[in-house]
Design a protein around this ligand. Structure first.
Ligand code: ZN
Length: 104
């Protein structure tokens, strides 16, 4: 007879705890600008690929690349969109609201 240890409450609690941590990390990641690596204050969303950046940071990149007559690649890691234009960017009101509410 093999003594099978019943699944304890402790184990399931541990799993729940991990899930929560991942969820928190994920939601925080969405607030981080892929350019500045800091929490966004004025997020803008790229209509084309759906990624968000800090407005100031992406506009600066677009302007400096434009002067060199070069296209702007989406700074989000893993994104292959390589023609980011100022007109692609829309204020990400939903994200801004979440960030603001987190900072209260
Ligand atoms: Zn993108």
């Amino acid at each position: 007879m093999v003594a099978v240890r019943p699944i304890s409450d402790d184990d399931s609690e541990t799993i729940e705890q991990i899930d929560e941590d991942i969820a928190v990390t994920r939601s925080q990641m969405n607030f981080i600008c892929p350019i500045t690596q800091m929490e966004m204050r004025r997020p803008v969303r790229n209509k084309v690929c759906g990624h968000s950046y800090e407005e100031e940071a992406i506009v600066e990149i677009i302007q400096s690349r434009k002067q060199k007559k070069k296209k702007v690649r989406c700074p989000k890691m893993g994104c292959s969109y390589d023609d980011v234009k100022r007109s692609d960017l829309v204020p990400d009101e939903a994200l801004k609201r979440v960030i603001d509410s987190q900072n209260k």
